[in-house]
Design a protein around this ligand. Sequence first.
Ligand code: SF4
Ligand code: SF4
Length: 190
Amino acid sequence: MQSLSKRAKVLEKKPMTLAERAYLPAIFQGLSITMRHFFMKKATIRYPEETRPFSPVFRGLHVLKRDEQGRERCTACGLCAVACPAEAITMVAGERKKGEQNLYREEKYAVSYEINMLRCIFCGLCEEACPKAAIYLQADKMAPPRYERDEFIYGKDRLVEPADPDKRSKRGIQLTPEQASSLKVQLQTA
Ligand code: SF4
Ligand code: SF4
């Protein structure tokens, strides 16, 4: 059948030489490539035991922040879920009860809050949309590898930062003025 583009090329089937039939050149070529790569610097690392250095603009695992009194900041307004292009965030809102003022900062709070890390593209739009400075993407942590899909659904148990301030790591993208200016230079010269 003639091709519509008329760009078809008829190939001639040449008979193989004796060496080609013995596969020797191909075997030696393959071995030389293997040996060359054997002595080259490895391009891979032993993740997750080893990790590469993070970029100053890296956005990793989310954290739901507490305020200076240890109360959850999130008010379950849903703006992060609306802003999320991957539809990775779901939540159930609840009313704060009497006596829970020390737990939740606002009258409404997230009874459940889940992020599907398999859907998330770590764009940071949830962080930008949040009016309560409640959600941040950590600059120094990524979602660790897991075997089960269910384990990538992060609930409040894994997202809310510890109540004990000493157990909190420096989370959120908070660049020092020096880091910010060096980043600006990097971006300008890129
Ligand atoms: S980082 Fe982006 S994709 Fe991930 S949950 Fe936030 S808005 Fe959605
Ligand atoms: S994290 Fe922020 S934007 Fe999302 S529901 Fe809580 S308060 Fe609203």
